[in-house]
Structure formats: structure tokens, C-alpha cells
Design a protein around this ligand. Structure first.
Ligand SMILES: *[C@@H]1O[C@H](CO)[C@@H](O)[C@H](O)[C@H]1NC(C)=O
Ligand SMILES: *[C@@H]1O[C@H](CO)[C@@H](O)[C@H](O)[C@H]1NC(C)=O
Ligand SMILES: *[C@@H]1O[C@H](CO)[C@@H](O)[C@H](O)[C@H]1NC(C)=O
Ligand SMILES: *[C@@H]1O[C@H](CO)[C@@H](O)[C@H](O)[C@H]1NC(C)=O
Ligand SMILES: *[C@@H]1O[C@H](CO)[C@@H](O)[C@H](O)[C@H]1NC(C)=O
Ligand SMILES: *[C@@H]1O[C@H](CO)[C@@H](O)[C@H](O)[C@H]1NC(C)=O
Ligand SMILES: *[C@@H]1O[C@H](CO)[C@@H](O)[C@H](O)[C@H]1NC(C)=O
Ligand SMILES: *[C@@H]1O[C@H](CO)[C@@H](O)[C@H](O)[C@H]1NC(C)=O
Length: 367
């Protein structure tokens, strides 16, 4: 009786130790040119830093502790411009008017239901999307960059059009306002910048009037003294700057192994099987688990039969809970059939308990 009273208290005490979110960016305070910095990051971490959104930018900026010079990130100019959505959505659908895109301009206007390339410094009305995915017609003319900033400050971003359906919804939205004749900016833009890790991130945070020379000799650096906004510098030669690397925290290994084999693999090649001790970590897991080829994916979660409890490999108890219904209790026959925890790669991505001999993909962590 005494024990059953104690146990929840003990659990609460242990569970109240707050989880710190693991940091992805590493600031390296050594002067190197961009190419050398890239080599360093690829050897020690994953790559030079990629930035996906404003949240990433804030995290990255926090790690930087020099204020008097630029700091390399992983963005490099190329000779090949590509179309991107401002929101970062992959470009899977294009609805150009016939003969478009043509010319050397880099932004996109929608007029009479069709897309045209437009000069980014011209001012038009524009369409943002908001938190609930709703469209917002902004009845103020701005150039494309200002329109993008306006949407990012007041809503989410300039509108993306990912398929025929969304294209029709946008057209209807505009027709309902009797504005189909007037041109509006949408979030499609073209630029020649490419991330070192080949990521599709279309997030850009240039300071005003940068980049000046978008060609393959220029690389981006964040400037703390400019609120972290980016300037472009010559990649090679005299510009030696400190830099920021990023490290992928979680890696899905697409091999079908038993839990013990998976554990051995992670400890040999990375650090460990992943422990999911917070909702933030569960989100990270949900992000990567899409890449798995098995219906469930091993986690570092094991049943400690004699204590009648589940533990993470880190030794911590399971405080944050995300079990599927019916899972997460200790099975009656736990001495005979050792059970381990896995996350479902589809559906609601909750955790299930499975015999440890099942052969599944698994998630290693680099921390
Ligand atoms: C980048 O986008 C393309 C399609 O636009 C997609 O096929 C590719 O997998 C994406 N790459 C990454 C790393 O997400
Ligand atoms: C957009 O307009 C702002 C002024 O509102 C100006 O500072 C900026 O240079 C313009 N950008 C482009 C690409 O024309
Ligand atoms: C988003 O836009 C839609 C349609 O314009 C609107 O109904 C909704 O209230 C907006 N939601 C937010 C959170 O602004
Ligand atoms: C924009 O706003 C002005 C003034 O409020 C109004 O006269 C005009 O009709 C509006 N245009 C559109 C396309 O909504
Ligand atoms: C198109 O969008 C509507 C409204 O969001 C949705 O109900 C419908 O299922 C979508 N159709 C397709 C083919 O995606
Ligand atoms: C669009 O035009 C129709 C017909 O002229 C009119 O009845 C309707 O009120 C207009 N809608 C708006 C949002 O101005
Ligand atoms: C792992 O198992 C899944 C599901 O059974 C299968 O589709 C996949 O091809 C297997 N992968 C390997 C590398 O054997
Ligand atoms: C665990 O969850 C899965 C998925 O919801 C379910 O199929 C299974 O029956 C559950 N296991 C137990 C012992 O209830």
C-alpha cells in the first residue's frame, strides 16, 4: 500500500525535470572561407546550416556570438535559377499562361486566372494565406518583397498553389471579389540560390537590396549586427568568416532489424536509438518517420519486466505519453516475450509495443 502511494509521487518528481530541446545549430568561431567551412561542417556535423523558416532563423541567431562580422550559412549562388514558393512548399504544380515563363524577371503575378512572370519591383495587390489556410486579399499595392514581408508579419506567407484544386479555389476567391482582371502577386519566385545540403528550403532573409550579385561566386552570411539578416560575400578568397553548421538530430535507418540489432547499429554508427521524452521530440519523430518503409519504427523504448514499467534507453521513465489505445501496459508474460516500443509510421503515429524480434526500420539520434 505504502509503495503504491509513493510511486506516483516519485514519478511526478522525476517527470518535472524539464526537457531541454536539443539544439540543431553549432556555431564555429573559426575563420574559414565558405568552401572550407562547408568541408568542416560535413566532416563534424551534417552540413553548413540550412534555414527553413523564421523559427530556425531565431534559433540560429541565438547560437551566434560574434556581432562584428558576417557568419556563413549554407546558401550558395549558382548559375541556374529555380522556381520556389515563398512558403517553402515544393513546386509540384505550375499554371503558366501560354508562352510563360519568359524574360528574366523573377516574380509571379496572377491575372485573369493565369500566371505571368512579373518584375519584382513593380507594385501590385497580393494574396496571403492565414493560420487556418484561408485566403486574404490585401488591397494595397506593394512590390513582391514588401508583399512577402507584409504577409509574413500579418498572416503566414504569400499564397502557394499546390494543385489544380487550389488553383480553382484561388480563382473563385478572386472572382467572388470581381477582381479577376486586376493582377495580384502570388508566392512564386525564382532565384539562383541553393542550400549546401540540397534542401528545398525557399526561406530567404536578405537585408534590403541584397543579394547584389546573384551568381556562383557569392555565398550568404547572416549578420547579427543587422538583426541576423543576410548579406552576400565572395565564397572564396579573402572573406574568411566564422560559420554555423547544422546537425540532423534524427535519422531513419531503412533497414529491417530486430530491436537489439537496431540498438547495436545506432550505437556503432550514430549515438543511440531515439528517446521521445517530449511532444517536441515526438514532432521531430513524426517528421522523419514518413521516410520509413515499415508500418512501425523502433524507438529506444523497452519494457522493464521485473519493475512492471517502460523506460527509455536514457534511463528515464515514460513521462510524456503517446501510446496507442491498449498499448503501454506491461504484458502478463513479459518474462517470456520481451517487448519493445515502436512508433507507427502512418495514421496517428502513436506508439505500440511489439515483440523485440520484429524486423523494423528504426530511428537513430546523433545526440
Ligand atoms: C525537393 O523537391 C522535389 C520536388 O519539387 C522533390 O522531388 C525532392 O524530394 C525534394 N527534396 C527534398 C530534400 O525534400
Ligand atoms: C520594395 O519597396 C521598398 C520600399 O517600400 C524598397 O526599399 C525595396 O528596395 C523594394 N524592393 C524591390 C525588389 O523593388
Ligand atoms: C483566415 O481567412 C479566412 C477566409 O478569408 C477567414 O474566414 C478566417 O477567419 C481567417 N482566419 C484567421 C485565423 O485569420
Ligand atoms: C480597395 O480599397 C479601396 C478603398 O477602400 C476601394 O475603393 C477599392 O474598390 C478596393 N479594391 C478592391 C479590388 O477591393
Ligand atoms: C478540393 O478542395 C475541396 C475544398 O477544400 C475539397 O473538399 C475537395 O476534396 C478537394 N478535391 C481534391 C481532388 O483534392
Ligand atoms: C460583383 O459583381 C456583382 C454583379 O455586378 C455584384 O452583384 C456583386 O455585389 C459584386 N461583388 C462584390 C464583392 O463587389
Ligand atoms: C522492410 O520491410 C518492408 C515491409 O515489409 C518492405 O517493404 C521493405 O522492402 C523492407 N526493406 C528492406 C531493406 O528489406
Ligand atoms: C496497440 O495499438 C495497436 C494500434 O492501434 C492495436 O492494433 C493493438 O491492438 C494495440 N495493442 C493492444 C495490446 O491493445
Amino acid at each position: 500500500m505504502a509503495q503504491s502511494l509513493y510511486f506516483p509521487l516519485l514519478l511526478m518528481a522525476l517527470c518535472s525535470i524539464s526537457e531541454c530541446v536539443q539544439r540543431q545549430y553549432h556555431f564555429i568561431n573559426e575563420m574559414k572561407n565558405w568552401t572550407e567551412a562547408q568541408r568542416y561542417c560535413r566532416e563534424k556535423y551534417t552540413d553548413l546550416a540550412t534555414v527553413h523558416n523564421m523559427n530556425d532563423m531565431i534559433q540560429l541567431n541565438k547560437t551566434v556570438n560574434v556581432n562584428d562580422r558576417g557568419v556563413w550559412i549554407g546558401l550558395q549562388g549558382t548559375n541556374d535559377s529555380k522556381w520556389h514558393w515563398s512558403s517553402g512548399d515544393p513546386v509540384l504544380f505550375l499554371d503558366w499562361a501560354s508562352g510563360q515563363p519568359t524574360g528574366s524577371d523573377n516574380c509571379t503575378v496572377l491575372s485573369n486566372g493565369q500566371w505571368f512572370v512579373g518584375a519584382c519591383n513593380i507594385s501590385w495587390f497580393f494574396i496571403c494565406y492565414n493560420m487556418s489556410g484561408g485566403l486574404v486579399y490585401v488591397n494595397q499595392s506593394m512590390n513582391w518583397t514588401d508583399a512577402q514581408s507584409y504577409c509574413r508579419q500579418n498572416h503566414i506567407d504569400l499564397v502557394s498553389v499546390r494543385n489544380q484544386n487550389e488553383s480553382q479555389q484561388l480563382e473563385k476567391f478572386i472572382n467572388d471579389r470581381n477582381s479577376s482582371g486586376s493582377a495580384v502577386w502570388i508566392g512564386l519566385f525564382r532565384d539562383p540560390w541553393q542550400w549546401s545540403d540540397q534542401s528545398n528550403s525557399s526561406f530567404r532573409y536578405w537585408k534590403t537590396s541584397k543579394p547584389s550579385l546573384p551568381d556562383n561566386e557569392h555565398c550568404a552570411a547572416t549578420e547579427k549586427f543587422n538583426q541576423g539578416q543576410w548579406g552576400d560575400y565572395l565564397c572564396s578568397g579573402k572573406w574568411q568568416l566564422p560559420f554555423v553548421c547544422h546537425e540532423d538530430k534524427l535519422i531513419v535507418i531503412q533497414q529491417n532489424l530486430s530491436w537489439s540489432e537496431a540498438l547495436r547499429y545506432c550505437r556503432q554508427n550514430h549515438v543511440d536509438l531515439v528517446s521521445v521524452q517530449s511532444v517536441e521530440m515526438q514532432y521531430e519523430v513524426m517528421n522523419v518517420v514518413k521516410l520509413a518503409s515499415t508500418e512501425a519504427v523502433w524507438l529506444g523504448l523497452h519494457n522493464y519486466c521485473s519493475m512492471n514499467m517502460w523506460l527509455w534507453l536514457s534511463g528515464d521513465m515514460v513521462c510524456y505519453q503517446n501510446w496507442a489505445p491498449g498499448n503501454g501496459s506491461t504484458p502478463e508474460n513479459c518474462n517470456l516475450e520481451k517487448r519493445k516500443g515502436a512508433v507507427q509510421s502512418g495514421g496517428d503515429q502513436t506508439w505500440i509495443s511489439l515483440p523485440e524480434s520484429r524486423r523494423l526500420n528504426f530511428i537513430c539520434t546523433n545526440y
